[in-house]
Write a protein that binds this ligand. Sequence first.
Ligand SMILES: [Zn+2]
Length: 574
Amino acid sequence: MNIDAYRWRPPKPNYLPHNVDLDPFVENYDDIQLGRPEAYENAQFFSKIKRAAQEYNITRPKGYNVSFHANPEMEKHHFGKTHPMKPWRLTLTKSLVMSYGMSFAMDNYIARAATYEELNNYHASEYLDHLALTPADDVPRLEDDNEKAQTKFNIGLSDCPLFQGLYDYCSMSAGGSIDAARKICSGQSDIAISWGGGLHHAKRSEASGFCYINDIVLAVLQLLRCYPRVLYIDIDVHHGDGVEEAFLSTDRVMTVSFHKYDPREFFPGTGALTDNGPKSEHNPGAHHALNIPLNDGITDQQYEQLFQTVITQVVERFRPSAIALQCGADSLAGDRLGRFNLQVQGHSSCVAFVKKLGIPMILFGGGGYTPRNVARAWAVETSIAIDARDKLDPVIPMHAPWRDHFKYDAELFPSLQKILGEPRANKNTAKKLQDIVQHVGEQLKFVSIAPSVQYQVIPPDLQGIRDDVEDRLKEETEERDDQLRRTREEGVGVAGERGQQKNLAYCKKLTVSQLKADLKRRGLSVSGKKADLVERLRMYEETGRESGGGSGGGTDSESHIGSTYNDNDMDWEQ
Ligand SMILES: [Zn+2]
């Protein structure tokens, strides 16, 4: 693999999207005209963000490494004009992150698309086939059409429309999160950021709540290969039902979801305080799902305090070795779908708190339906990851793309009054929050401290498996070649002119690695050029001994150990 091609260095031409004429499924976002920037504009922007990094003194964090995983191609996709999910929010986020010069403090990667096999690691084949093969709807369905619609797997209704490029969009989102997990596992990153992931509602065979592929589940499965216990925390305004369901029966993952809960009126209607995983005490997953149901209007102060109290208890008891934090930004005040009074300060304080634990962590995106607020929150949370929160100018830099779109005088932390006018009525009483903390404490008593890990259920690592399979296939091919050769020899007789010629021709046809494998199997040296290897193999096949006379050490297998496979290996030429 060409590592350089994989590594992302700003600027990339796609940080400002796209030519509407060239990308037919990209439409205008409200009155924002999207266009592909010229190389000149790119260069100009690059020099500005470089200056910004110097001016704000944005440097790589000391003693640890942060990676940023994104794919500009993903941001082009469009759920339909009236749909609340705007992948363009990822572009706006990235632009803001870059405008402050934060890209210079991280390893930046263009996320690849996850393979079918990787998605299949959690999702059912028939579901993936449907996702990949069903043609897009010309016009997305509206809510009124849902009742008469015939759909499979909940795909194609107004929430989860069949839009152009859907499968690519899903695989890129998942690819970013899987890459993030792999960087954590390999120790190359201590914090990995995948704002394009966090799609927590998707089920094994069902799309749900704008989510089709559960990238978080796929990433956590990767983490479980190297970490005994993974803590999943979800601060989206909606219940993290898909992730909870996926890990319901294991004690190696604990899920903690903070969300608005109203079983009748608010999606998805699950996640009551007393829903704590399987009811049977024999199921290892019992008590490993914690739900923190909240009401409209919760404030920064209440949320922060509740979050810190709950997470402190959970970490003390469960002792996670890695953390997956879903930072859905629909819990912010002013969100198109959310109902809370949270500001970026309160939302991001959760990230700061978890970061202080010093445990390897992935930050996922998630919900968030007012793009300017999403971008603010995730940019600030990126700055927390790289220890630069205090270095950010509270006024968004002049060179930030779509600066006008941020409104509120381009402040990074606009007041609640500016965002909402009148804050929502707060329906969370102190008593209710106390009850939550008490209930969580009771559940945690059932969780054994640092539960034992039963490694018989290690999720497969497909890349690893693929390597194994390739090795096995290679061996089988070699075996077959060997067999073929023997059959041929038997056909022509053992000795004699013809046999010798055929044998020589056969040996010449082998590749160097096949020759070496054959020689190695016979306990012969693999040193020398191809012609030497051919001659050695031919000679052996004919006479049953090593060529060149030698001193008789030809079959001493010890002399091959450490053989370096290069022309300077002279141990047979004495
Ligand atoms: Zn949400």
